[in-house]
Design a protein. Structure first.
Length: 264
């Protein structure tokens, strides 16, 4: 059985590790060279680096005679997931969506310090900016570089906004071109501890902390706790609703399909 995994996430790496030990001739696709470096240790996998559109994916599925595609991309990579789904339909290849564990921590956890924070839930980065346009004070942004251009709609954005992006040239270059530079640009690889988040919020004197509901593997709990400790308003972009399976369920389904093939 030939399997193609679209990775670039913690979930994708866990599935790649499982396939490396159990399935020969599996393929793992990541968008960046940085993502590829994280998978170089898996010797039994074919690593694909670079973004593919719907046509590229369809052609690859047919050329390599792929039997199963596992979409373990980021929960907010809606366009990518759409391309993968449509390509699988065109090539008539089975598709499995791997979901990140969902945690609405900001709705459930009790404050653990004298400071308190307000949590504002929004459906998109654009909606977050609409909310922030009616506020004053510094903004700490950790929603990634893809939609960073939307923040330039804020009044005095170069003074108010502090941006944290991945430490890859593509993200840094884009941020600088938009006017985020100097002390207003932080390039680091996460996830980040609560203590580091607290330090950054205090260093930037942030009144607002914008993030995505990234789940446990994306460090959402640590972001929430840091906002509570510093009294920063946490603006959370909720993730799109999806249907799929957790990492363990995906691995079980792979094992089941392998067992069925062996019986045949």
């Amino acid at each position: 059985m030939k399997i193609l995994v679209f990775a670039g996430t913690t979930e994708g790496r866990r599935i790649a590790e499982y396939l490396n030990d159990t399935v020969a001739d599996s393929y793992v696709s990541v968008a960046t060279e940085y993502g590829g470096r994280l998978l170089e240790e898996y010797q039994h996998l074919h690593l694909l680096t670079g973004r593919m559109d719907e046509d590229d994916i369809t052609a690859f599925l047919s050329e390599k005679e792929i039997d199963l595609v596992i979409d373990a991309t980021h929960p907010f990579a809606v366009l990518v997931t759409g391309n993968i789904k449509r390509a699988c339909e065109r090539a008539e290849v089975r598709y499995l969506r791997c979901l990140r564990e969902e945690e609405h921590l900001a709705e459930e956890m009790e404050p653990n310090s004298d400071a308190d924070c307000t949590v504002v839930w929004v459906d998109s980065v654009k909606q977050a900016i609409e909310y922030l346009n009616n506020t004053k004070g510094n903004i700490f942004i950790s929603t990634g570089s893809k939609e960073l251009g939307l923040y330039t709609e804020l009044d005095d954005y170069q003074e108010r906004c502090y941006v944290r992006v991945l430490s890859v040239w593509e993200s840094v270059k884009k941020s600088m071109e938009l006017g985020f530079d100097g002390k207003h640009l932080i390039a680091m690889q996460g996830p980040f501890s609560k203590e580091l988040n607290v330090a950054m919020l205090r260093q930037t004197e942030a009144d607002y902390f914008v993030t995505k509901e990234s789940g446990k593997t994306g460090g959402f709990e640590e972001k929430y706790e840091a906002a509570m400790e510093t009294g920063t308003v946490l603006v959370v972009v909720g993730r799109p609703e999806e249907e799929g399976f957790g990492v363990e369920e995906v691995c079980q389904k792979i094992a089941g399909q392998l067992a069925d093939e062996q019986e045949e």
